[in-house]
Write a protein that binds this ligand. Structure first.
Ligand SMILES: C[S@@+](CC[C@H](N)C(=O)[O-])C[C@H]1O[C@@H](n2cnc3c(N)ncnc32)[C@H](O)[C@@H]1O
Length: 219
């Protein structure tokens, strides 16, 4: 199978529950366009500012002791979280996965201390309990046909392959400027949703960033 066959087989609706055909085409085009046309690294992966990207990582640190742990960064983009951990002198086994080889090639060049691979968990999950912690920053912000269905699928797999906890962030509907292509939630509904996943404890954080909520799902 050539690289482009592999990519095309990954971007099929059966691996993206909750996406319409149009959603999938637009999703792929959005990330490729951002990467190719934006100048700043954080804007290349869809963030407005470096400050906002870093605030999201800072809150992730509250999840537990990360030193000497196995970490999975799902939707790692250019590996900014890997760089953030390195600067904080956190020594961990870091793996970053994303859907776009072009993005990951740059991520690997910029972060030789990390390991990056093209992978979609719903097509090729890791074995159960492979990681101590998994992180998803910015994965759920694009509006699709059924965001809840997509989140449930991804988080269920993430929880299965993670021993201790999974962290993710999402836009806060109370605060976010309503844009038609952005998905946002209120705190009560996202906590209710998270409690239905196979978790022991849910923690939620707000006010660390102007428009975001972060959840920790402990097993
Ligand atoms: C907003 S960017 C954030 C990148 C990075 N987490 C950061 O904070 O700098 C979201 C990233 O998730 C990736 N992505 C989206 N859905 C994904 C999925 N199902 N599996 C892996 N990566 C995904 C996109 O390609 C993009 O690079």
């Amino acid at each position: 199978m050539t690289r482009s066959d592999h990519l095309n087989s990954m971007f099929r609706q059966k691996y993206f529950p909750g996406f319409s055909r149009t959603d999938l085409i637009q999703f792929r085009a959005y990330y490729m366009t951002q990467f190719k046309t934006q100048k700043n690294l954080e804007q290349k992966v869809g963030w407005n500012s470096k400050k906002g990207q870093k605030e999201r990582f800072e809150i992730f640190l509250k999840i537990g002791e990360l030193n000497h742990q196995k970490l999975l960064d799902i939707g790692c983009g250019l590996g900014a979280f890997c760089q953030f951990l390195y600067r904080k002198k956190i020594s961990a086994q870091y793996i970053g996965i994303d859907l776009f080889p072009e993005i990951l090639q740059t991520a690997q060049q910029m972060n030789p201390q990390g390991y990056f691979e093209v992978r979609h968990l719903l097509m090729k999950p890791y074995p159960a309990g492979r990681f101590d912690f998994s992180f998803l920053s910015g994965l759920f912000n694009i509006q699709i046909q059924d965001n809840w269905k997509y989140m449930k699928s991804i988080l269920t797999v993430a929880l299965k392959q993670t021993k201790k906890a999974v962290a993710f962030n999402i836009l806060n509907r109370e605060l976010v400027f309503q844009e038609s292509n952005r998905f946002s939630v209120n705190a009560a509904e996202i906590v209710r949703f998270a409690r239905q996943l196979p978790v022991r404890q849910v923690k939620i954080f707000d006010h660390y960033h102007p428009v975001d909520l972060t959840l920790f799902l402990y097993k």
